[in-house]
Design a protein around this ligand. Structure first.
Ligand SMILES: C[S@@+](CC[C@H](N)C(=O)[O-])C[C@H]1O[C@@H](n2cnc3c(N)ncnc32)[C@H](O)[C@@H]1O
Length: 199
């Protein structure tokens, strides 16, 4: 993952808006008022695109971004500089044995990260549940599936698993607030937007 993003980080923000759909939309679906003093954690924060948007939407929130790639974290530092007093960036993988956040976070966002975290995606959804405060929310936007095997193979070569696999676990572990499966490019693939509260 680190070596993949050493190169991809250089073209990331210039290219990803063309296919990482639903990111702006999910940030506006979080079940907290704009002036809430909440703690939002993004796992796999990449270049900090979402963190910068979240800082604008929630001006009183404190934000933490965690990413395994140092190259992405460097870009996130640059892209969130204006909000440095509220943004903490951590260069390390999110792991089930991490105890720093247990029961302390209001929102955990996974934006196009879970389908790349294989085979540990299940453990990390459960870990996120443990890290949320009671009433806290998980927000997931990611690839869902494709009816084209060539496309799934192509995504697999880019470390992305696309098997409709995230949604069933999210539905069973959280109380659903938003559950949408949307078509991209007229049906080349589907992406999922999910927001749920800790039960
Ligand atoms: C496709 S990018 C998404 C970046 C950002 N969330 C966005 O929406 O633009 C996936 C990111 O997840 C990170 N990542 C992958 N596995 C991770 C893990 N176990 N813990 C933390 N970050 C991880 C990668 O380094 C990469 O920056």
């Amino acid at each position: 993952m680190r070596s993949y993003y050493r190169l991809q980080s250089k073209i990331y923000d210039a290219t990803r808006w063309t296919f990482l759909f639903g990111r702006n939309r999910i940030l506006k679906m979080l079940p907290f008022p704009d002036n809430a003093q909440i703690h939002i954690l993004e796992i796999g924060c990449g270049t900090g695109y979402n963190l910068a948007q979240l800082a604008k939407i929630f001006p009183k929130a404190s934000l933490t971004g965690m990413d395994v790639s140092g190259d992405m974290i460097k870009l996130a530092q640059k892209n969130t500089k204006a909000y440095a007093d509220r943004v903490t960036l951590i260069e390390k993988p999110y792991m089930p044995d991490e105890t720093a956040f247990t029961g302390k976070v209001d929102v955990i966002l996974f934006s196009y990260s879970l389908t790349m975290i294989n085979p540990q995606w299940q453990d990390l959804i459960l870990k996120a549940k443990a890290d949320l405060k009671p009433g806290g929310a998980i927000a997931v936007v990611d690839f869902h599936n494709s009816r084209f095997n060539w496309f799934k193979r192509h995504m697999g070569n880019n470390h992305v698993r696309m098997d409709s696999h995230l949604l069933p676990l999210l539905l069973s572990e959280f109380d659903s607030l938003v559950e949408e499966v949307k078509l991209a490019y007229g049906g080349v693939w589907e992406y999922v937007i999910y927001v749920g509260r800790k039960k």
